[in-house]
Design a protein around this ligand. Sequence first.
Ligand code: RIB
Ligand code: CA
Length: 310
Amino acid sequence: MPVPVIIDCDPGHDDVFALWLAAGNPAVTLLGVTTVGGNGRLDHTTTNARIALTVAGVEGVPVAAGADEPLQRELTPATWIHGDNALGGPVLPEPTVPLDPRGAVELISDLLEASPEPVTLIPTGPLTNIATFLQRRPDLRGRIAEIIWMGGSTGRGNVGAYPEFNAWVDPEAADLVFKSGLPLTMVGLNVSHQALVTEQVIESIQRIGNETSAFGVELLRFFCGAYDVAEGMPEAPLHDPITVAIAIDRAVTTVRRCHVDIETKGEFTSGATAVDLHDMLGKEPNADVALTLDVPRFWQLVREAVATLR
Ligand code: RIB
Ligand code: CA
């Protein structure tokens, strides 16, 4: 029975591959896509989500826009990585996938109510939409199977010394989600930095030889170039699709149940995920924290999915 999922994203180069993995693997059913301000402003991330599905030939999956700004803070888009339009590199086609007028919270609500099975929410950006949904529709919590989030880190961050970008954009939203009591898997930088886009990876995707892979290669080359300049990492980490890979095959990562606190006050650490890896505090665990990645399996899943698309 395929796992029903909703992806809440901020495309974003790596978010696109998360969408393609969900659309291209039969072990999950992509019920819908919601977008949030993060890598880019909401108008860009929403258009880019529609473009990602258009390029891949994915039809019938509703795309709805959510929050442009975090709950309490101002958005700083990650233009230094993703470019001014949040999807730098290829010439972007006009999307043929329509914008669903419902908005993110309403679309998530409708999809949860209509699904015969509990739905896995897969946020790959700041948690603003997920937090807002949980606040507005607590009655639908029982329809959520789990949340698998790309964000945080058991180690250092990628925005300043400690915070990871998705958590840094909206720490208050992350704090609300981590205190929700819902089943939660955290895929942090400590794992995503194992999913490096090497030249071999790019060539293996290029050999797929369809429109989606060609577009994807242009995205990856831009992404790697930006990471090289910004972080001295010419082999960029493809963070977001790891979340979908977990929904497809739990064995692709190993996790440890930990208590995780979100720093919302620190002058230098706001957005940091304080992962109590060794249970020093004796607090009730609230997340399965991913620690390792089966790298060959991960890239196999990505390639297989892209090959099924246009
Ligand atoms: O820190 C990496 C995360 O921030 C990824 O989700 C990337 O797409 C950006 O949103
Ligand atoms: Ca993202």
